[in-house]
Design a protein around this ligand. Sequence first.
Ligand SMILES: [Zn+2]
Ligand SMILES: [Zn+2]
Length: 185
Amino acid sequence: MEQLTVTLVDLPRADGSRKHVDIDAPAPANLGAELIGVPEGTSMHVVADLVAVEGGVYVTGTVEATVEGQCSRCLREIREDVVREISDLAYYPAHREKLIAQGDDDAEDHAVISGEELDLEPIIRDAVVLGLPFRPLCRPDCAGLCPVCGERLDDLPADHHHDVTPLQSDILDQLEAQLREDTDE
Ligand SMILES: [Zn+2]
Ligand SMILES: [Zn+2]
C-alpha cells in the first residue's frame, strides 16, 4: 500500500496548478472514537484534487474506509463501508505563521505542508472522525438489550417478557425460606 504523504514537487506553486491523487493507504492508529473507528492498517482509498492557492494547497476529494465498532445499545458488532468528503486547506509554514500573526486563529487548525510534502493524515482524520457517531447504533431503532436476561430484544419474539425478574425471585425464595423457619419455631 502507499502512504498518506503526497509529494508536491510536481505541483507548481502558481495559483490554480492542479494535481490529482488516487491512493490506497493503511489507516493510521486511533482513527476513530471510543466505540467505533477505522481499524489500524486497514486499507483506505483516497481520491483527491490538490489545487495550489496563495500560501498553500486546497484539498478536495473523498476517502473510503471501513469502520468497525460496537452498537452502543445492544453491543452487536458494526462494520460499515463509509465514504467521506474531504475539503480542507493546507498551508506552507511561512504563510500559516503570517496568518496567525495577523490574528487569524483558524489558521492554526489547518494542516501544514512540510518541505515539499503534504501529509494527508490530519485532513483525513478530520473528515473521518468528525463524522463518526458518538453513540453508534447497529440500526437507528435498535431496541437494545432486555434489562432482565440481557438478550438482544431484536433477536427475541415481540412478546418477550419475564413474569418475575431473577432478582425478585431470589428475594421471594429468601422470604419463603424465612417464613418456613419462622413457622418451624
Ligand atoms: Zn444494536
Ligand atoms: Zn429477557
